[in-house]
Design a protein around this ligand. Structure first.
Ligand code: SF4
Length: 289
């Protein structure tokens, strides 16, 4: 039984996140950043991107993380404008927060605070134990590997009171991957329908948020936001298990949202990974049974 000495040698491998920062987490290229002061004088910068995630208006460059598949083509072509951001805490409460550099005004801030308060009120009873139903609504399969990793000894989400369930009737939270393919529209709608309240929905991955490389068309809804109401958006193609965990904890009102906070309106290129609550409104992290 060689695994006994091996286990003793390696000790505890389970992450302490979110109670403590994890050294491994920030090594992921979780998102792409664009220099906040980026201006382009000429050339079609948007043409670099195969998914239409980049746009330029009056010379100002913006990037939609909800459409970015992290292919790196823009980093290769214009390293002066784009760079991978380390870290995984990139989930957001709203779709517009995924557009960087952010351009939220006071009204948006107020709407965001209201949305967060409302979600926190809805999920109050779920903070110590939550059952998650995962549904593949037309994924390429990459997200499923990351979702499956959540239950391995490294991430071990059961330690936080997070359990996967096969039945939507027992589920509090719906974790959806995939573009929202035509064949999955009905099953997705039915799954959402039979879930008990509060029916929290997470769009997991760029495909589920904006359709990814497939986009929208006769076979794809271009993201599941067209099919069910989404509470939290987890960008990435695929998002890492840490990114997914951050999204789940954000949906449960246990962590702050990375995007839209003041620090994230400045240069995304210089952004490092932030851990724990990032807003004065956020409660201290208290998870698990
Ligand atoms: S890394 Fe993202 S923004 Fe850049 S070209 Fe690829 S998909 Fe587009």
């Amino acid at each position: 039984m060689p695994w006994i000495p091996q286990g003793l040698r390696e000790g505890i491998v389970t992450t302490r996140y979110p109670r403590r920062p994890d050294d491994y987490g920030p090594t992921f290229h979780g998102a792409l950043g664009v220099e906040a002061t980026s201006h382009v004088e000429s050339g079609d910068i948007a043409a670099i991107c195969p998914t239409g995630a980049i746009s330029a208006s009056k010379g100002v460059v913006t990037l939609d993380r909800g459409r970015c598949i992290l292919c790196g083509l823009c980093v290769e072509a214009r390293p002066d404008l784009f760079a991978f951001s380390p870290g995984f805490e990139n989930s957001t409460h709203t779709r517009s927060q995924l557009v960087v550099p952010g351009d939220l005004d006071a009204r948006d801030d107020q709407a965001l605070a209201t949305a967060r308060r409302e979600l926190r009120r809805r999920v109050k009873a779920l903070r110590r134990s939550v059952h998650v139903r995962h549904i593949d609504a037309g994924s390429d399969g990459s997200e499923e590997w990351e979702v499956a990793a959540l239950t391995n000894p490294i991430y071990d989400v059961q330690r936080l009171g997070i359990y996967f369930t096969a039945s939507p009737k027992h589920a509090d939270l719906l974790l959806v991957t995939g573009v929202g393919s035509a064949g999955m529209r009905q099953p997705l709608a039915h799954t959402y329908e039979v879930m008990p309240e509060p029916k929290v929905v997470i769009a997991a991955g760029t495909d589920a948020i904006g359709g990814g490389l497939v986009g929208s068309g006769y076979a794809s809804a271009g993201g599941i936001g067209e099919l069910v109401p989404v509470d939290v958006f987890v960008p990435g193609s695929p998002p890492s298990p840490f990114g997914l965990l951050h999204g789940i904890l954000l949906a449960l009102g246990l962590l702050g949202s990375g995007q839209g906070d003041e620090s994230h309106r400045s240069s995304a290129l210089r952004r490092g990974a932030a851990h724990g609550p990032t807003s004065p409104e956020d409660p201290p992290v208290e998870v698990g049974p």
